[in-house]
Design a protein. Sequence first.
Length: 117
Amino acid sequence: MERREADRPQYVISVAAALVEAHPQTLRMYERTGLLQPQRSGGNLRLYSERDLQRIRRIQSYTAMGVNLAGIEVIFRLLERIEALEAQLEQQQAGQRRRTEEAAVAALRASLRQPPS
């Protein structure tokens, strides 16, 4: 699923709760604790995206393992930090590859300019 499509708010709370087999009050609790942040419509209705539903399922998975909501919050923060560090590392590696390629091209050009011995 395309990222934009996954983020599109499309389900009201009753539908979202039915899709993840949870009570709407549970979703409200997740929102109060900061684990979930559904978008709001002009009429202030909670609207959930596919990405929100995936997050709810992850929360359910962790709670089924016995992790409390505070622990899940810590897990999510750590996972977000890992993703940010991975993105930073990828940028650094891409920059290093670019510099290596530029150096190789410069060395090749320099060798082509020298007369044969």
